[in-house]
Write a protein that binds this ligand. Structure first.
Ligand code: ADE
Ligand code: ZN
Ligand code: ZN
Length: 288
């Protein structure tokens, strides 16, 4: 009797503990960004978000912030929309040169995705007719892709697929550099400093936004030339941070420990904060 119960239960636990094939910040990174953004929405933006979210996730954008990763296999066309590959070693991003998929189709990258879903959402409330788009999906893609474009290695080098082919050890465990930046730094920070609790980590970042970084927030929010979204600016910052911090001093099979963790965690904190603030500002402009 006991065994019958035991086998499926442990199989279930095993499946739960397997790292999902990682794309974008991990679940926690995306949830942190969307929680920060949710709490900064204007009244009209909060109302539109509540209207567009499915019933089980009302008022909680953060619960669905990883949806776009979960549908990557069902929506095969969407997978190039999560990243940008830039020329090896150059450390710059150029929309015309770099925003394309592996077949060279222009605009099929994370920056093009953000622009596309922003434009779809600008249809919201055009009462004349129902939008031709699924605006719930557009919102979930936009909230997710804003996160991805802020993950430094989502705007990485072409040959190593944004650090996906660079094997490293994270302390004693096997990992790849890309996964270190999607998940490992965030998980280790939560374990060491925040009682293993994503909400506590989110609160700490929110306190930095209203405290130490408060004089930078207006600059983060700004998107020049009256544009609604500014993904190319964020992509350029990401490849610069990838070169200055993520790739720096890392080769295949490097072991990454406290030196790397403690010097890179402030960069991760800053990217999560900038992204949460900018996602809110973008949604406030769209629905304003
Ligand atoms: N696949 C190819 N390049 C990638 C990147 N930079 N991030 C995630 N997946 C990728
Ligand atoms: Zn993603
Ligand atoms: Zn990723």
């Amino acid at each position: 009797m006991g065994f019958k119960f035991y086998a499926p239960a442990s199989l279930f636990l095993l499946l739960l503990s397997l790292p999902a094939f990682a794309y974008g910040w991990g679940v926690d990174g995306h949830a942190i960004i969307c929680q920060i953004a949710q709490d900064r929405l204007s009244d009209p933006a909060a109302a539109a978000v509540e209207d567009l979210l499915p019933n089980y996730a009302k008022n909680n954008l953060s619960r669905l912030c990883s949806w776009a990763d979960r549908v990557k296999f069902r929506y095969r066309w969407s997978s190039p929309l999560h990243y940008i590959d830039t020329p090896d070693g150059l450390c710059t991003y150029d929309y015309d040169r770099d925003c394309k998929d592996e077949d060279g189709v222009k605009g099929r990258c994370v920056s093009g995705g953000i622009t596309n879903y922003t434009n779809q959402l600008l249809d919201y409330g055009n009462s004349s007719s129902e939008s031709q788009y699924n605006l719930t999906e557009a919102l979930l893609f936009l909230a997710h892709l804003m996160g991805d474009v802020h993950q430094p290695l989502h705007v990485g080098f072409t040959t190593d697929r944004g650090g996906n082919t660079i094997n490293v050890r994270w302390y004693r465990r096997k990992s790849v550099l890309h996964h270190v930046w999607d998940d490992n730094i965030i998980e280790t920070a939560e374990e060491r400093f925040y009682n293993d609790n994503v909400e506590e980590f989110t609160e700490a970042i929110k306190q930095n936004i209203t405290g130490e970084w408060s004089d930078q927030v207006a600059k983060w929010e700004k998107c020049s030339d009256n544009k609604v979204a500014c993904p190319d600016v964020y992509a350029s910052e990401s490849i610069e941070a990838a070169c200055d911090w993520a790739y720096k001093d890392v080769k295949n099979n490097t072991q990454l420990e406290d030196d790397y963790f403690l010097s890179r965690l402030p960069v991760v904190n800053l990217r999560l904060a900038e992204c949460g603030v900018r996602l809110a500002a973008t949604l406030n402009r769209i629905f304003g």
